[in-house]
Design a binder for this molecule. Structure first.
Ligand code: GDP
Length: 358
């Protein structure tokens, strides 16, 4: 083979060819796109421009203070145009079928001429660097639909940080005209509480065999649910799913009545075979109708605003505290004394607070 390749008469001979000047301009420098102005952002978002909406959410997620400043201005400017959507939280363990569910359920929502935004809170994304929604192909039908906006969770931040950013992103999505918002979270702990604090309706997805697991599901999560959907209620899993539904309904009866006046229940569905989804949608619409009439819908939103206000103060105070030069200076020394038992943690905290206040 080598011989043939070296032989000039051989068809396999490889000609060296002529060296060519690279056509890459070495002096070319990519121009940095100038930052859009507040007005440009606002106009773009109100026009429903997805690219500008995405860029604004990226600003919200940025840790740079100049980005954060602009992001806060954008949020303030969008606030008067927000609040008109139905916000639905969705939680469930990995593999329960959340993305398949959203993909199928979204079709029902879209059939009503709604505009759908899907946001995610993923506490694990900072560990895996992946996101539950990072891979858009997980929602194949929705991701190509013109009336849908999918935004994965911001990675690398604390749960509190991601939750706040998602809450702020909701405002921008609403200003951009999205009237139905899904906030998805992996049910692995505190993220459900975070989602619950920003949505109107909270949907818990469970597996058909979860009847036995019900004990294991945190009481608090079940108590938060406005509806439990037993997903994968298809094929051989159907009998188990029916049993789980019964067990869930019994379990839900044991909780005290909800402030909303809404009575939570359990239903069966198959995201894959697209059954039971319409019933779930009807429950959500009834909830909205009932709580709008009894005033809970807006009261709940007011309470959520209060929660985020307090949460935000706490976060900012904490930030101010730890960034304070005098705290930075003595923190490590005092922490060491606490660890070595030379000073009680309470006294140490008091000393630091005094130093901060003074
Ligand atoms: P997620 O991790 O909660 O987002 O779950 P996925 O949506 O990625 O689904 C996990 C697996 O369950 C996938 O293989 C899906 O095809 C499958 N799945 C989802 N929904 C259903 C369903 O209703 N029935 C059945 N049989 N499988 C489903």
């Amino acid at each position: 083979m080598k011989d043939s390749a070296d032989n000039k008469n051989s068809a396999l001979h490889i000609s060296k060819g002529k060296s060519m000047e690279s056509n890459i301009n070495k002096n070319f420098k990519r121009k940095k796109r100038p930052q859009r102005s507040l007005d440009e952002f606002l106009k773009g978002i109100l026009d429903g421009n997805r690219i500008i909406l995405s860029q604004a959410i990226t600003l919200i997620e940025s840790t740079q203070s100049k980005h954060q400043e602009l992001a806060q201005q954008i949020i303030e400017a969008c606030l008067p145009y927000s609040g008109q959507s139905l916000r639905i939280g969705l939680t469930g363990t990995p593999g329960v079928g959340k993305s398949t569910f959203i993909d199928s359920f979204g079709q029902i929502v879209l059939a009503e001429d709604r505009q759908l935004a899907v946001l995610a809170i993923d506490p694990s994304s900072q560990l895996t660097k992946g996101s539950i929604l990072g891979d858009k192909t997980r929602m194949e039908t929705l991701s190509v639909h013109p009336n849908v906006f999918i935004r994965p969770s911001a990675a690398g931040a604390s749960l509190g940080g991601v939750a706040r950013k998602t809450r702020e992103s909701i405002i921008l999505c609403e200003a951009a005209g999205f009237d139905t918002i899904f906030v998805e979270t992996v049910g692995v702990g505190q993220s459900e509480t975070a989602v619950h604090s920003m949505v109107d309706f909270f949907l818990l997805l469970l597996l058909p065999n979860s009847g036995d697991e019900l004990q294991g599901i945190k009481r608090g999560v079940m108590e938060m649910a406005d509806l439990i959907a037993i997903n994968k209620a298809d094929g051989q899993a159907l009998p188990a799913a029916k049993l789980a539904k019964k067990q869930c309904r019994n379990g839900l009866h044991l909780f005290p009545p909800k402030q909303s006046g809404w009575v939570a229940t359990a239903e069966l569905c198959s995201a894959l075979e697209q059954t039971g989804l319409n019933t779930i949608w009807q429950h959500i619409l009834s909830y909205q109708n009932q709580t709008t009439i009894n005033g809970y819908f807006s009261k709940h939103r007011q309470e959520q605003a209060k929660y985020w206000f307090e949460e935000s103060i706490q976060q900012q105070l904490k930030h101010l505290f730890y960034q304070h030069p005098s705290i930075k200076e003595i923190f490590i020394r005092i922490e060491k004394q606490v660890v070595e038992g030379q000073i009680s943690p309470f006294k140490a905290a008091e000393l630091l607070m005094q130093s901060f206040v003074n």
